[in-house]
Ligand binder design. Structure first.
Ligand SMILES: Nc1ncnc2c1ncn2[C@@H]1O[C@H](COP(=O)(O)OP(=O)(O)O)[C@@H](O)[C@H]1O
Ligand SMILES: CC(=O)OP(=O)(O)O
Ligand SMILES: [Mg+2]
Length: 375
């Protein structure tokens, strides 16, 4: 039996689990949400982590798996952490300012608390190492891109790997034959086009800022907006970074980063919140259609993560105009509350639409054991 402690520092959450990597059975599970959200009792990831580690029986743990968001071009698979790996993750933090720093806090806290236990980093970027050049290349001056290592990476890869396999099982078809569009809609949100289990496009780019509208992040933007704000608004790099990553998205438009809070505000008649929701849904819809085109057709559309798993309203609105692609949801199936993986398209639909709860922790535990056992 191999007991793995998994630490998943999301941008607004800390998820930790101790699980038996052979059976997948959970021994301990904890979730701290709304980290840093105004009014929340949890100010930052460090506080959340200290509380988490205090409650654990460290003697029983054989390995620790850490979710690390940015692995750059160096880490294309899960890697045992030593001082050099830790330093490289720190160097990459500038490319994932909301994520690599809490990920590092997790590594440091766990290495201090469990100094003799192997620790493994499992990277969000790794799954997207298969992106073709036409998907990972930005159309900027190639010399500038090369000099500053500007390219797209993509994130949420651990989630995509787990969810696409589960979807294939549910469909009863080989993963290798499926064209899937997956929407990972959490606080951070992205879409991926997955052909035969390989990522061929994804909406996040060099950093987890590109693509969909998120809790506090803008997603896609005309880059000239940044130039304008620098020239006319006096914004410097820090101010831009802060605005785009922390005070944009649903929060910037509608005053709430958390989708539950946003929907509550809409229900009470808040027009700014309603506009934020429309912009969010419009963007999701566009990526579904674009990725169906990238794949040359779509067999399955899969919703996952906090919003994708729980908001029937977001799912219904996202596919509302996509009937021309064969994408429709059954209103009753979509609205039925459930935490199980399930179909929400009508029987016999040309495109299967599914809700598949992600399990990054389980995937990280498997990957951790595979790495330390040399598999
Ligand atoms: N029942 C629900 N309806 C709508 N949104 C929900 C629901 N439950 C959770 N969410 C949303 O899921 C998001 C958090 O997703 P999660 O995947 O946990 O985030 P993280 O990116 O931090 O890992 C929040 O916006 C939250 O409001
Ligand atoms: C990469 C990313 O945005 O992660 P999360 O959704 O957990 O914030
Ligand atoms: Mg997450």
């Amino acid at each position: 039996m191999t007991r793995v402690l998994v630490v998943n520092a999301g941008s607004s959450s800390l998820k930790y689990e101790v699980l038996d990597a052979e059976s997948g059975v959970r021994v301990v599970a904890g979730l701290v949400e709304r980290i840093g959200v105004p009014g929340s009792p949890v100010p930052d990831h460090a506080a959340a982590l200290t509380d988490a580690l205090e409650g654990l029986d460290v003697e029983s743990i054989d390995a620790v798996g850490h979710r690390i968001v940015h692995g750059g071009t160096v880490f294309v698979q899960a890697t045992v952490i030593d001082d050099a790996v830790e330093a490289e993750i720190e160097r990459l933090a500038v490319l994932a300012p909301l994520h690599n720093p809490p990920g590092l806090l997790g590594i440091r806290a766990a290495r201090a608390a469990l100094p003799f236990v192997p620790q493994v980093a499992v990277f969000d970027t790794a799954f997207h190492a298969t992106l073709p050049p036409e998907a990972y290349t930005y159309a900027i001056d190639a010399a500038v891109a090369a000099r500053y290592q500007v390219r797209r990476y993509g994130f949420h890869g651990t989630s995509y790997r787990y969810v696409t396999r589960r979807a294939a099982e549910l469909l009863g078809r080989p993963l290798e034959q499926l064209r899937q569009v997956v929407l990972h809609l959490g606080n951070g949100a992205s879409a991926a086009a997955v052909a035969g289990g390989r990522s061929i496009n994804t909406s996040m780019g060099m950093t987890p800022l590109e693509g969909l509208v998120m809790g506090t992040r803008s997603g896609d933007l005309d880059p000239a907006v940044l130039v304008h704000l620098q020239r006319v608004g006096g914004f410097d790099a820090t101010a831009l970074d802060d605005m785009l990553n922390r005070s944009s998205g649903l929060k910037g438009l509608g005053g709430h980063s958390d989708m539950r809070d946003l929907i509550r505000a809409i229900d009470s008649g808040d027009e700014a919140a309603a506009l934020a929701f429309e912009v969010y849904v419009h963007r999701v819809q566009r990526y579904i259609a674009a990725y169906a085109a990238d794949l040359g057709g779509i067999d399955a559309l899969v919703f996952t993560a906090g919003v994708g798993e729980n908001s029937a309203l977001v799912r219904a609105r996202a596919v509302e105009r996509l009937g021309f692609l064969g994408i429709v949801v059954d209103a009753g199936l979509n609205a039925a509350p459930s935490s199980a993986p399930r179909f929400i398209s009508p029987d016999g639909s040309p495109v299967a639409v599914l809700v598949v709860p992600t399990n990054e922790e389980l995937q990280i535990a498997f990957d951790t054991v595979a790495v330390i056992s040399g598999g």
